[in-house]
Design a protein around this ligand. Structure first.
Ligand code: FE
Length: 205
C-alpha cells in the first residue's frame, strides 16, 4: 500500500467561522464540499480540538470563506497556527464583514463565502462531520480558488531551515518546520502549526 496515494486527493482551503454567545472564532479547514444540490447542502469535517468546532456545535451555524490564490501565508498563520482558545482572532483582524446570519466572513484572499445551518452532526472520533443546509452565499472575487496543492507549492514559505548534514530529520509538510532525530515521537505535534506527527515526512540529507 502506498500511503502517498492520499496526496493525490484534491482539496480546497477555507476559513471556517462561527460564533456563540458573542464569541467569534475561525480556523482553516480543507474539508468543505457540496454533498447534495437539491436541497443544497455542504459538509465539513472539523478536528475536535479546534475551538471553532465547539462554536459550530453550540450555535448550529457557520460560514465557509473560500480561500483564493490571492491569499497570503499570513491568513493561514492567523487562522491556522493559533487557537481561538488563546486569542480572539477577530480582535486584531480587519479583513472581515458579517453576513446576514451574524457570523464573520473573511474578505481578503477569498473569492466567495457560504452561510450554512447544521442539519446533522456525526462523531468520527478525531473529527466531527457537520452536514449543513446552505442558507446564503456571495461571490467576492474572480480569483481562482486555492487548492491544498497550490498552498503547498506557492503559498507556504520555502523551508529556510535545513537539517544538519547526515542527520535524519522530519519535516512538517504543512508549514516546513524541521524536527531533528532518528524517530519522531508518535504523539509529536508541530510547534508552529500544531499538526500531528502523521503530517511529517522523513528527510535525510
Ligand atoms: Fe507545522
Amino acid at each position: 500500500m502506498d500511503k502517498k496515494a492520499m496526496y493525490k486527493l484534491s482539496y480546497g482551503l477555507f476559513v471556517l467561522t462561527s460564533a456563540f454567545e458573542g464569541k467569534d472564532g475561525g480556523c482553516i479547514i480543507n474539508t468543505g464540499i457540496q454533498v447534495t444540490s437539491e436541497p443544497n447542502r455542504i459538509s465539513i469535517a472539523v478536528n475536535k480540538t479546534n475551538f471553532t468546532r465547539e462554536l459550530v456545535e453550540k450555535s448550529g451555524k457557520f460560514n465557509l470563506s473560500i480561500l483564493s490564490e490571492a491569499a497570503g501565508f499570513d491568513t493561514f498563520r492567523h487562522f491556522g497556527f493559533q487557537s481561538g482558545r488563546d486569542v480572539d482572532k477577530f480582535a486584531s483582524y480587519q479583513d472581515y464583514e458579517r453576513s446576514a446570519n451574524g457570523l464573520c466572513y473573511v474578505t481578503a484572499g477569498t473569492n466567495a463565502y457560504i452561510s450554512a445551518a447544521v442539519e446533522q452532526t456525526i462523531d468520527l472520533g478525531s473529527h466531527m462531520l457537520f452536514i449543513a443546509a446552505v442558507e446564503d452565499m456571495e461571490v467576492l472575487s474572480q480569483e481562482p480558488s486555492a487548492t491544498y496543492a497550490y498552498y503547498q507549492s506557492e503559498i507556504k514559505p520555502k523551508p529556510d531551515q535545513q537539517p544538519s548534514t547526515g542527520k535524519t530529520a522530519w519535516r512538517c509538510t504543512v508549514c516546513g518546520y524541521i524536527y531533528e532525530g532518528e524517530e519522531l515521537p508518535a504523539d509529536f505535534s508541530c510547534p508552529l502549526c500544531k499538526h500531528p506527527a502523521s503530517d511529517f515526512e522523513k528527510i535525510t540529507v
